[in-house]
Write a protein that binds this ligand. Structure first.
Ligand code: ARG
Ligand code: ZN
Length: 467
């Protein structure tokens, strides 16, 4: 061993092979075309232990996050994504120098890190999330009168924990939140109980054992009524309803409480539910819904006219399309929103509220060719436009056109194989098209080119509904 190492070192010294290059700084991003600084190069995270104290009265968040990771190169420094002020960083117990630049924290340990090493990165930090802005001047932390919500997409993690903030670096999580007595604190996965802290506050513990993208980790802190039950498949169901949901509260409950039933239906369409728990959170403190892993968060705005299980079908469909199989880059967002919207149509058909074909026809017909809606390129939305309505509606029409072109057997087979082979991973639009072509045996490039990458309203033949 020693002799071999010496020989290799001699070869390196003489010829400078790349096998043993000098340590270099880890890249500040993983190279997402829309958000080049998201995530970090040079290491892979396997686990986040997030331990925070939050005071709803002051918005002060005090945190210690321990990141377990492995280096993928020789590192002279590495970056973390965090906006809150840092108190200290230790890498494998060595206090390290840090410099912070609106979300990019550079951590320089006293000596370089070798390749393929276990890393334990302990970050102590403290600040008021509502007061810190990202490089674009935005703040997505949602302060509420009784607490806060850390729920957004694509960027939210950097307001509450240090991370490699990109969907390609998934990890497991333990999230532990200390709040004053009488306040509830929710996150993803299974509930691991509460403890009283030494000073009489309450610690809430949550565990995620499935791989999870950083943007799908969430916090909901405030006054909540928590309902726990067991799903027919034996999984724990924990849902939380803001204590003052107003007039829409009962409709929110009547919808979100049906999550296990919706999940069972979606399993028949996409294959086994990918995670270990279920539930939902309803709040007045947010204006949208998000597919936070295992436990989506819903705005009460979705429930103004009674039950709305469509949004539940949408967010639970994301557990497959978005959470288990995540985008490879943010450009691939059609793989999330197109399929989640289409799942609403499948669920409607199951509930005898119109067939998917009828709904697709209605969505196709209701916007005339002159509508600017048809000028949006779903397969290349551009940074900041990922949630344009066309990504959802034209995106779901693309899914239906694909179904019409290949038939139900190849269609559902493609969805299930995509889920099975990409489970806990990432996918690109081009990979989906290749799989669809392989399973159907049909050339589909032109169809997806028309629906995803070409401006203008596709023809009725492109939709392919029976006439
Ligand atoms: N993925 C979410 C959904 O299911 C959309 C999130 C939109 N983001 C936002 N900040 N409004 O619809
Ligand atoms: Zn969605």
């Amino acid at each position: 061993m020693a002799i071999a190492a010496t020989a290799a070192g001699l070869v390196t010294a003489l010829f400078g092979t790349t096998a043993s290059a000098a340590p270099t700084p880890g890249a500040p991003g993983v190279g997402d075309p829309y958000y080049p600084n998201d995530g970090n190069g040079g290491y892979d995270v396997s686990h986040y232990n997030i331990r925070i104290t939050y005071n709803p009265a002051t918005d002060l968040l005090t945190g210690t996050t321990t990141i377990l990771a492995r280096s993928t190169q020789e590192l002279s420094s590495l970056n973390l994504d965090l906006l809150l002020p840092i108190k200290s960083v230790r890498v494998n117990n060595f206090l390290s120098r840090t410099t912070a630049n609106t979300g990019e924290v550079t951590v320089t340990p006293p000596s370089p890190i070798g390749n393929n090493q276990n890393l334990t990165i302990v970050v102590q930090y403290e600040g008021k999330p509502s007061t810190v802005k990202d490089a674009k001047g935005a703040n997505y932390w949602k302060k509420t009168p009784d607490g806060a919500l850390a729920v957004d997409e694509p960027h939210i993690a950097q307001w509450w924990f240090p991370s490699s903030d990109h969907p390609t670096d998934k990890a497991t999580y333990d999230v532990s939140i200390v709040v004053p007595q009488g306040v509830e604190a929710l996150s993803n996965g299974t509930f691991a109980g509460t403890q009283q802290t030494l000073n009489g506050w309450i610690r809430w513990n949550w565990r995620t054992v499935s791989q999870q993208a950083t943007y799908l980790a969430f916090l909901a802190i405030g006054q909540y009524e928590i309902r726990s039950s067991t799903a027919p498949n034996g999984q724990p169901v924990v849902s939380a309803y803001g204590e003052d949901l107003g007039a829409n509260g009962p409709a929110a409950r009547a919808s979100i409480e049906r999550t296990p039933e919706v999940t069972e239906f979606l399993e028949t369409q996409f294959g086994p539910y990918p995670f270990e728990a279920q539930g939902g959170v309803a709040s007045t403190g947010i204006g949208f819904a998000l597919e936070t892993q295992t436990r989506p968060v819903y705005s009460t705005l979705f429930f103004p006219r009674g039950a709305n299980t469509s949004v539940v079908a949408h967010e639970m469909a994301h557990q497959w399309f978005g959470d288990s199989v995540s985008v490879k880059t943010w450009r691939d967002i059609w793989l999330n929103e197109g399929f989640a919207r289409y799942a609403e149509w499948l669920w409607a058909e199951n509930q005898a509220e119109g067939t998917a074909a009828e709904i697709a026809q209605y969505y196709y017909d209701r916007r005339p060719a002159e509508d600017p809606f048809w000028q949006f390129v779903v397969g290349e939305p551009g940074a900041g436009n990922e949630f344009n309505i066309a990504v959802y509606d034209r995106g779901a029409l693309a899914v239906h056109a694909f179904r019409n072109a290949v038939g139900d057997e190849a269609f559902f087979e493609t969805l299930k194989i995509w889920q099975a082979t990409k489970k806990n991973g990432n996918g690109k639009i081009e990979e989906f098209i290749a799989l669809a072509e392989r399973i159907s045996g049909k050339p589909l490039f032109a169809l997806f080119q028309t629906w995803l990458f070409t401006k203008g309203k596709p023809s009725p033949e492109d939709l392919g509904n029976p006439t």
